[in-house]
Ligand binder design. Structure first.
Ligand code: HEM
Length: 265
């Protein structure tokens, strides 16, 4: 232990002065602190989720599935926590929110670059979203995630390495474009789900991915319903139609063949 380490206490290590000094509210309204804290906490969980998913993607690429499973299980726990957080926000009534909403200007979760990076990492690519992010570090992080293969792209490369007939244009493509579902990929997953003893680790991977998408959808759905009960059908501060935009966002799919195979099985 160095001299500096011995002098370091809890507050120093966690940089609590910076962290706890970052909840500046713009009004004296009681509920604004809840609003700021819930967003900041969500951004911290997003930061950790991105860190874990990047690691899970690298483990899949390195054929280290047990490492990837550990990581994806952790992400599922983070997601459960983030879903539970809507219960706290739902204690804020429309009246409480209306008291300070005008002080937000045009700021909106729509501009959360970490949320968009998470979507890109998982495979929901949409290059148009970059327009919202011209400054660093948002721009660089998002461009890198857009250009890189997603978690699902790495899972499909793994299936190909294991001998499944994944079409060449799904293995080598322009990663900035959204993934288009393929009947051959569905057939590969179907073979895995029909012979689980033989392909147990790939089957487990498939279910971990489905779990991840399922929870992301639960988070999106709870966001949409919480927004509905707080602002009804007003337009969003970010300029969208509000709730109807959030309903459409539920259509952004991640791992399409893993869902479609369930109709056939
Ligand atoms: C009173 C609470 C909230 C309201 C009224 C609200 C409202 C909205 C609305 C209307 C949108 C659509 C874009 C727009 O026009 O602004 C949106 C998007 C978004 N919000 Fe919230 N939100 C709330 C809380 C949160 C919280 C706590 C988070 C956590 C980080 C969050 C994250 C997001 C994200 C990531 C998007 C983009 C979704 C997408 O593009 O698919 N929101 N929000």
């Amino acid at each position: 232990m160095s001299e500096t380490d011995r002098d370091m206490d809890y507050g120093d290590y966690l940089q609590l002065t910076a962290l706890l000094g970052a909840q500046a509210t713009r009004t004296a309204e009681h509920d604004e602190l809840l609003f700021v804290v819930i967003h900041q906490v969500a951004e911290l969980w997003l930061k950790l989720s991105i860190h874990e998913i990047r690691s899970g993607r690298a483990s899949i690429a390195a054929d280290e599935l047990r490492h990837a499973f550990k990581t994806l299980s952790r992400v599922a726990r983070i997601q459960a926590h983030m879903i539970g957080a809507w219960e706290i926000l739902a204690t804020m009534t429309p009246t409480d929110y209306a008291n300070f909403r005008s002080s937000l200007g045009s700021s909106s979760g729509f501009q959360s670059f970490q949320y968009r990076e998470l979507e890109f990492l998982l495979g929901a690519k949409d290059g148009r979203m970059l327009d919202l992010h011209q400054t660093e570090p948002a721009r660089g992080a998002l461009e890198a995630a857009l250009r890189a293969p997603s978690l699902y792209d790495e899972a499909l490369a793994l299936l190909a390495r294991r001998g499944f007939a994944v079409p060449a244009d799904r293995l080598e493509r322009d990663w900035t474009q959204p993934y288009v579902p393929s009947p051959e990929v569905e057939a590969a997953w179907l073979a895995i789900y029909r012979d689980t003893d033989r392909y147990w680790d790939l089957y487990e991977l498939g279910e971990k991915l489905v779990d991840l998408e399922y929870r992301l959808q639960q988070w999106r759905f709870s966001h949409m319903k919480t927004v509905e009960r707080i602002i009804g059908f007003k337009r969003g501060t970010g300029g969208s139609d509000g709730v109807s935009y959030l309903v459409k966002a539920l259509d952004r799919k991640l791992f399409p063949e893993l869902l479609s195979l369930r109709t056939t099985i």
